[in-house]
Design a protein around this ligand. Structure first.
Ligand code: UT7
Length: 332
């Protein structure tokens, strides 16, 4: 059986910065309130002519270069996004594949909101272990600025734009194998985070436009409480299943939704500051891109080395949640 190895990480951080002070000018808020409640100081915003595939393609390019593989070696592209370039088709993964000049290749999107990248890891792992594919490019790419209602003071300051990408490859070495990925969902909580209009339930209409129903609506406080509970329980199950303690994990990389969530979950699980990767202050919440952008940040800081054990933990709209446990296994 082939094992699935996590070979490389890359990201694209849009240069345009929107600070909390910029939000003070457009909604009734303060830098102090946002910082205290979320840990966010600033977030990145894509250019007007940039869509998720543009950000994703740049992150993908970097992940491929760092993997040491040739483009021709990639035999599957998966993009996790809930801000696709187009509502229905083509998929953002198809566009990324063509923008980075891959030869014809299987490509599709996964939709699991902020858990999307962890879902993509699980799909890549399954394709490789089944022997169907050898080198999978996974991308998390989001332009939340395109679905934010900049008059909604409870939600608009949280999210930002960006992309991250990784290569997952077949290996014969069990020590390199992704140990486990556990993903789940509960659609009974669909109302907590939702874009209510523009899909088949409420197709685009004047009402959808007037009420900004294609923008994200979030019940922040309820989501917050569920996030802390679910993320903590999810990691506990994963660690117990593999007989691990927090000391066995080099890098805990949680979804970057809120610094208070990261801290509560980290404290409950006993991860210290050194182990926990935090980028929420710089990038805000970039949904499916948040975990790979955070991993890339730690990698570029020189903190992630070959063989280090990494734990992803994500939570988002759906509701969806998931965790992934793996060693970093670069080829070079
Ligand atoms: O990534 C997917 C998962 N998403 C999440 O995990 C998001 C989780 N939720 C959160 O991060 C937090 O719930 C928020 C940051 C969105 C909000 O923080 P909160 O502590 O839950 O605030 P709240 O909604 O309970 O509101 C508390 C107060 C209210 O005022 P009163 O009623 O206490 O007088 C709000 O009106 O804060 C007020 N408020 C604001 N004040 C200044 C709400 N938004 C703002 C704002 N600036 N932007």
């Amino acid at each position: 059986m082939a094992y699935a190895a996590f070979r490389s990480i890359g990201a694209y951080i849009p240069p345009k910065i929107m600070t909390n002070f910029d939000f003070e000018k457009i909604i009734d808020t303060t830098d102090e309130w946002i910082t205290k409640r979320t840990g966010i100081k600033e977030r990145r915003i894509s250019e007007e002519n940039e869509a998720s595939s543009d950000l994703g393609a740049k992150a993908a390019q970097q992940a491929i270069e760092r993997s040491g593989l040739a483009k021709e070696d990639i035999d599957l592209v998966i993009c996790a996004t809930v801000t696709p370039d187009y509502l229905c088709m083509p998929s953002t993964a198809c566009l990324i594949a063509s923008k980075i000049n891959l030869p014809p290749v299987q490509a599709f999107d996964v939709s699991a909101a902020c858990t999307g990248f962890v879902y993509a890891v699980s799909v890549a792992k399954a394709f490789i272990e089944s022997g169907m594919k050898k080198n999978v490019l996974i991308v998390g790419a989001e332009t939340y600025s395109s679905i934010l209602d900049y008059t909604d003071r409870g939600t608009c300051f949280i999210f930002g734009d960006g992309a991250g990408a990784a290569i997952i490859s077949a290996s014969e070495n069990k020590d390199e194998a992704i140990v486990d990925v556990n993903c789940s969902s509960d659609g009974n909580y669909d109302d907590l985070i939702k874009t209510p209009g523009g899909g088949s339930k409420h197709p685009c209409s004047q009402e959808v436009l007037d009420n900004k129903m294609a923008c994200i609506k979030m019940k922040g406080n309820e989501t917050f409480k569920l996030a802390v509970r679910t993320l903590t329980a999810d990691v506990k199950v994963m660690m117990e299943k593999h007989n691990l303690t927090n000391k066995d994990i080099n890098h805990f990389i949680p979804h970057q939704a809120n610094m208070r969530i990261i801290k509560s979950v980290g404290d409950a699980l006993g991860f210290n500051e050194e182990q926990t990767v935090v980028t929420i202050d710089k990038y805000g919440n970039t949904s499916a891109a948040s975990i790979p952008m955070a991993m890339n940040y730690a990698y570029e800081q020189g903190k992630i080395k070959a063989g280090d054990s990494i734990l992803f933990d994500a939570f988002g709209g759906g509701l969806t949640w998931g965790s992934a446990l793996f060693p970093f296994a670069p080829l070079k």
